[in-house]
Design a protein around this ligand. Structure first.
Ligand code: SF4
Length: 449
């Protein structure tokens, strides 16, 4: 097994053209638990795919979801004349291999080398055991890689943030989160930026630049395993909680999740692949019908008034509709629990009344609730709820019979924590008007972050 540095170097060496190899620069680093580090690489020159250069930004008051597209994919499964292998499900790959005159068995051997057996092949040179003419056909007609590593940052708690450059020069972020229990989670992005403009989220400031293709999503998980398995052990869980609203890019997200759970490939358990949504009701319904992976709903408020403000998607799909849809859909699923995420904002959604309302709201829905500490970022005027208050809130839910967990912040010293990903430019989504009764709660902290 290669060590971490050589894996990173190899990942880059395999990532692009000869020109890039001649010009790459690797800055030496030291890996310590206490001092964050940064590895910097030159960005390879890449061919460009179509993408809008301007972000789609939320309007201030008149929230209109049609501004953000209809959720259809803009999937790019080809690069020029070549097909992107990681954008194909196994059955698509099998058909594609057969269309080039090879047996299905060759497709399975290729699949296993791309996704399994600790190979995670990025190049035909890594396809040991495959026939020479098959490899030749692959190098002529297919590309293995959709992403290039740009930088890797490590936070003091062991969390890693990987920055990837896409073909069109845009950058996405992926976070790898080791846990004491032996579980390691990779948090993948599904879009560049996000259209949803949740007021507590740094990514939301960016607006939406574009959807990621299935290949770009899958490869984040492949890279996480390739770069870090030898150092921190098996990567067991995937959460779609990086940049973007996954269900706004539902076609590519369902396809990517499908590829990730294939039992001859990456073989993540569907229970350990969690797709999060801010509450896109029609897409959520479709996801529950078409995927057996886990659904998380980012709830964060117990009244429409607060949710309309901090999560503008609520103006389109109100709390009642969201929760009634879950109640109805989950009644048809066996042993399935939805995960509710609740980011705790001091003075906004953390009162005893909120706890009581939350208990009522989730009644009849098989669920777990994660209480998440808010991660401050530049420009945000919210404050995290204090730990003692979070514990009291948790206890109220637990006493009412809810399954509830407190989730500590991870990776926040490297802006790798929940809600901290991305890099808004000068053109940013607007902050919405603060309802009268919360002006005191946010007023004193407006300039404090
Ligand atoms: S919390 Fe999620 S859905 Fe909301 S703006 Fe951030 S990335 Fe988008």
């Amino acid at each position: 097994m290669m060590n971490w540095m050589s894996m990173a170097t190899s990942a880059l060496a395999n990532s692009s053209s000869t020109t890039f190899l001649l010009h790459k620069t690797i800055i030496p680093f030291s890996l310590t638990k206490t001092s964050p580090f940064l590895i910097s690489f030159t960005t390879p020159s890449r061919r460009f795919l179509s993408a809008s250069s301007l972000p789609s930004l939320s309007p201030d008051i008149d929230f209109n979801f049609s501004h953000y597209g209809d959720g259809n994919s803009v999937a790019v499964s080809r690069r020029g004349s070549k097909v992107l292998l990681k954008g194909m499900t196994y059955s698509e790959l099998e058909k594609w291999v057969q269309s080039h005159g090879y047996r299905p068995g060759q497709a399975m051997m290729l699949w296993k080398r791309m996704y399994g057996n600790n190979i995670w092949a990025h190049h035909t040179d890594e396809l040991e055991g495959l026939k020479k003419d098959f490899k030749q056909m692959l190098s002529e007609h297919a590309d293995f890689k959709a992403l290039a590593v740009k930088e890797i940052h490590a936070a003091s708690d062991g969390t890693r943030k990987i920055l990837f450059t896409l073909d069109d020069g845009l950058v996405i972020e992926t976070v790898v989160i080791p846990c004491d229990t032996g579980r390691t989670t990779v948090c993948v992005s599904s879009q560049v930026g996000c259209a949803m403009n949740c007021q507590f989220c740094y990514t939301g400031r960016m607006g939406l630049k574009r959807h990621l293709t299935a290949a770009e999503i899958v490869e984040q998980a492949v890279f996480a395993r390739r770069l870090f398995t030898s150092e921190i052990g098996s990567i067991t869980n995937v959460v779609f909680m990086g940049m973007g609203e996954p269900l706004h890019n539902i076609d590519n997200v369902i396809k990517a999740a499908d590829i990730m759970v294939h039992d001859q490939g990456l073989h993540f358990s569907p229970r350990k692949v969690t797709v999060s949504t801010s509450g896109l009701v029609p897409q959520l319904r479709r996801f529950l019908h078409e995927s057996n992976c886990t659904l998380a709903v980012s709830l964060n408020a117990t009244t429409d008034e607060v949710r309309n403000w901090i999560m503008p998607i609520n103006r389109k799909y109100k709390l009642d509709l969201l929760l009634e849809t879950l109640r109805e859909e989950l009644s048809f699923k066996h042993k399935y629990k939805v995960l509710f995420e609740y980011v705790m904002l001091e003075g906004i959604n953390d009162s005893n009344e909120d706890a009581k309302r939350l208990i009522e709201l989730v009644k009849g829905i098989p669920c777990k609730i994660n209480l998440i500490s808010f991660n401050p970022h530049s420009g945000s005027f919210f404050r995290p709820t204090k730990e003692e208050r979070m514990i009291e809130f948790r206890n109220m839910l637990a006493e009412a019979g809810c399954v509830v967990l407190l989730r500590p912040s991870r990776g926040d010293d490297q802006m790798a924590a929940c809600g901290q990903l991305g890099k808004p430019g000068t053109l940013q989504a607007p902050m919405l008007r603060v309802p009268q009764q919360f002006q005191t709660a946010v007023g004193s902290s407006t300039h404090s972050l």
